[in-house]
Design a protein around this ligand. Structure first.
Ligand SMILES: *Cc1c(COP(=O)(O)O)cnc(C)c1O
Length: 420
């Protein structure tokens, strides 16, 4: 069964009509299908079953406790990039010894929180960060298990804002200087370099950049061992792409075969940090048409969701499928419309010249493939309430983040004494 599909004339998530969700919760709202999360994780885990591999779900793609909890119950570990995400992973039931802390700028407070929790690994991205971690760990009287994130100078061939593995990017330690960095680490108290980490970007739809990066990382492991370092972990990051439109990303099986090939004979524990690949196609953004406006040259569908709810089209020029929740009659003719939100920015556009069947005010629409980098990137720009989230399980659904009303937003502000 396809989780998101028309059934009896209405677009459904599993056995729940999205019209029912809109009725109960209002719009805009994110709606996730638990079965897609679970099936996606199981497929990924099954693909790596023959390897010594740990799957650390990258929380930054979607960190709702119910989403993380769904994956945690299936055995997922976590990749976190802040103390907040660390708290979420732990709260969702992921044990600390399955959590990796990534990110280019960890604070000392974050390092302390991670070490106190007993985290599996910290991925360090620079020598100054390594020194800070050394001081924090030594101060706590513990030894931090560290992987150095190296920058393999590989073009991931993805959007420039989500490409991270090239020399000019801010990420990691230049791979050509990695051996010096490990030698430096070996001389520091409180840290033990146990692994090598790479992550070259997101929404990769071809295996070639992965292959090039993983080979470089594997070679580095061998060189480091020859230098006398006991390296037994290889963190290959995330980045596996999904289908938004007509992409043909590698399947988890193809990806796992490549990992097996690139790490063969190394005897390393492999860590994987998929984010988007696990949650991207597990969610839609449900929105209602406010107005249909005929301009001089174009027709606009103005919906009640906006760039503050889903920023991917504005930020990355991302393409998302958009379907009416009420199934169009067979043979209906589609005409081009621009689908836009109410925010005063031209970038607040979900689709340009998209063929749609006569949208009318009040119609519901589903913006597809919105499970990753959707709700987590939402803001309250324009003092729009933070968008709520719903999780579907078969024929039932639950609100997993309620709509925060404007009064609660206003209540966060304080007037200084001179304005009271
Ligand atoms: C963003 C990120 C991920 C997850 O990327 P996806 O493209 O969502 O799989 C994994 N690891 C690191 C270090 C990241 O920065």
């Amino acid at each position: 069964m396809t989780a998101f599909a028309y059934r009896a004339g209405w677009f459904h998530a599993e056995a729940v009509s999205l019209a029912r969700v809109a009725e109960a919760v209002g719009t805009p709202v994110y709606c996730y299908a638990g079965s897609v999360l679970a099936d996606g994780y199981r497929a990924f885990a099954a693909a790596f079953a023959g390897q010594d591999a740990g799957i650390c779900y990258a929380l930054k793609a979607n960190s709702n406790l119910a989403v993380v909890g769904t994956l945690a119950r299936l055995g997922a570990g976590a990749d976190v990039v802040s103390e907040g995400e660390l708290m979420r992973a732990l709260a969702a039931g992921i044990p600390a010894d399955r959590i990796v802390f990534s990110g280019v700028g960890k604070t000392r407070a974050e390092m302390k929180a991670a070490l106190t929790a007993g985290i599996f690994q910290l991925n360090v991205e620079s020598l100054p960060e390594l020194e800070a971690l050394s001081q924090v760990a030594a101060g706590l009287g513990v030894t931090a298990p560290v992987a150095l994130r190296v920058n393999p100078d590989i073009d991931a061939g993805t959007h420039h804002k989500i490409s991270t593995g090239r020399k000019e990017n801010k990420f990691g330690i230049d791979i050509d200087h990695a051996r010096e960095a490990y030698a430096f680490a070996a001389g520091l108290p409180g840290v033990r370099a146990v692994g090598v980490a790479v992550h070259i970007g997101s929404q990769l739809t071809s295996l070639a950049p992965f292959r090039a990066a993983f080979k470089k990382a594997a070679h580095l492991v061998q060189a480091l061992r020859a230098d006398g370092h006991a390296i037994d972990r290889l963190d290959l990051g995330g980045g596996l792409g999904i289908v938004y439109r007509e992409e043909t990303p590698p399947t988890p099986t193809d990806y796992a075969a490549l990992v097996a090939e690139a790490t063969q004979g190394l005897g390393c524990r492999v860590l994987l940090e998929p984010g988007r690949a696990l949650v991207g196609n597990a969610g839609v953004l449900l929105t209602r048409v406010l107005y249909v406006k005929t301009g001089l040259h174009r027709r606009f569908v103005i919906v009640d969701a906006a760039m503050n709810d889903l920023i991917r089209p504005s930020l990355y020029d991302a393409w998302h499928g958009i379907l009416p929740v009420a199934e169009p009659m067979p043979g209906s003719v589609a005409e081009p419309f621009d689908v836009v939100g109410p925010v005063c920015e031209t970038g607040d556009t979900f689709a340009v010249q998209r063929p749609l069947v006569a949208p009318r005010p009040g119609d519901l629409m589903a913006v597809l493939s919105a499970g990753a980098y959707g709700a987590v990137m939402a803001s309250t720009y324009n003092t729009r309430p933070l968008v709520p989230e719903v999780l579907v399980d078969g024929d039932r659904f639950a609100v997993i983040r309620p709509r925060v009303d404007c009064a609660a937003l206003l209540a966060l502000d304080r007037l200084p004494s001179w304005l009271e």
